[in-house]
Ligand binder design. Structure first.
Ligand code: NAD
Ligand code: UDP
Length: 312
């Protein structure tokens, strides 16, 4: 194995902290960069004693210079509640963050991976979503700061690749869950588990018939690292997610069953532009990366519930 020096932006967040751990376990050197907006030092504190791990407070909207072999660009709030808190900052993080990381990759000839999202498909009109679908995004709606920011980031990645030969990889991540999600993150899996464990009402937005496909964090990261290591001329974008599709009512019922909670379902207004359905077509990931998810929803939920029991 060749030991690599890897920069992970957003490395103190949910996915980033798992990625730091995975790459250190594989024997690489990891630099974790974060401004702690939605991430926490707590997520990576156990890694600090490792001499091959470095933690740096920095905002990706500002240029950053370092010598590394690979960059995973994950910095960006991912939960609708957090990315809508300061929408201008969210756009800046995606767009200026991409420009800064691509400029760095160009200068030091590093390979750079962009954490894109299923949100580039917006409220999709085709189902399941393939990478060739251009999407259905409201450019001025409440989710646009995230969706359009991520779309521009993809544009920047493709153009740095075509114009400047920067080696790029684009992963379109579908809803991912697991241990180390922040209990107040606001995303549906963490909300339902925390509510169930506390005996509070389970908040279903809308009528609960909207669907999502939930991927366990370990599966997602395996796909992400395989993409980074994929053949040189494969840039993506590639969907990584679990094609199992569930309504929010089905998800709530599973959480209630697995926690043994007596919490009641309560119905609240559906947020504007909330996509009605989402499910990845993972044919490309299977073909190019030999990847498919291995952890079914119930198993992943059990592991996530065990984690939340330790912190609540
Ligand atoms: P997260 O909110 O837990 O992590 C994001 C991290 O980025 C946090 O540590 C945060 O502090 C940091 N950050 C935010 N703005 C920053 C800035 N300006 N400078 C430096 N650091 C900054 O979310 P996550 O679920 O770990 O998501 C990681 C990445 O994956 C994001 O880019 C997100 O858009 C993408 N993604 C995640 C999912 C998912 O379901 N988890 C789905 C699609 C895409
Ligand atoms: N949702 C819900 N209750 C909650 C949080 C979210 O019913 O407490 C719904 C939300 O309206 C959406 C789905 O769950 O339809 C997934 O929401 P999340 O914020 O996790 O991710 P995204 O909408 O970005 O896929």
């Amino acid at each position: 194995m060749i030991k690599k020096k890897v920069l992970i932006t957003g490395g103190a967040g949910f996915l980033g902290s798992h990625l730091c751990e995975k790459l250190l376990n594989q024997g690489h050197e990891v630099v974790c960069l974060d401004n702690y907006f939605t991430g926490q030092k707590q997520n990576v504190v156990h890694l600090i004693k490792n001499p091959f791990f470095e933690l740096i407070r920095h905002d990706v909207t500002m240029p950053f210079l370092i010598e590394v072999d690979e960059i995973y660009n994950l910095a960006c709030p991912a939960s609708p509640v957090h990315y809508q808190y300061n929408p201008i900052k969210t756009v800046k993080t995606s767009v200026m963050g991409a420009i800064n990381m691509l400029g760095l990759a160009k200068r030091i000839r590093a390979k750079v991976l962009q954490a894109s999202t299923s949100e580039v498909y917006g409220d999709p009109e085709i189902h399941p979503q393939t990478e060739s679908y251009w999407g259905h995004v409201n450019p001025i709606g409440p989710r646009s700061c995230y969706d359009e920011g991520k779309r521009v980031a993809e544009t920047l990645f493709m153009n740095y690749h075509k114009q400047n030969n920067v080696r790029i990889k684009i992963i379109r991540i579908f809803n991912t869950y697991g241990p180390k999600m922040h209990p107040n993150d606001g995303r549906v899996v963490s909300n339902f588990i925390v509510q169930a464990l506390k005996g509070e009402d389970i908040t279903i937005y809308g009528d609960g018939t909207q669907t999502r496909s939930f991927c366990y964090v370990d599966d997602l990261l395996e796909g992400m690292v395989r993409l980074m290591n994929s053949r040189e001329d494969f840039t993506g974008p590639v969907n990584i997610g679990n094609p199992g599709e569930f309504t929010m009512i089905e998800l709530a019922e599973k959480v209630l069953k697995l926690t043994g909670s007596k919490s009641k379902l309560v119905y609240m207004p559906l947020p504007a532009d909330d996509p009605l359905q989402r499910k990845p077509d993972i044919t490309l990931a299977k073909k190019e990366l030999g990847w498919e998810p291995t952890i079914p929803l119930e198993e992943g939920l059990k592991r996530t519930i065990e984690y939340f029991k330790t912190i609540i």
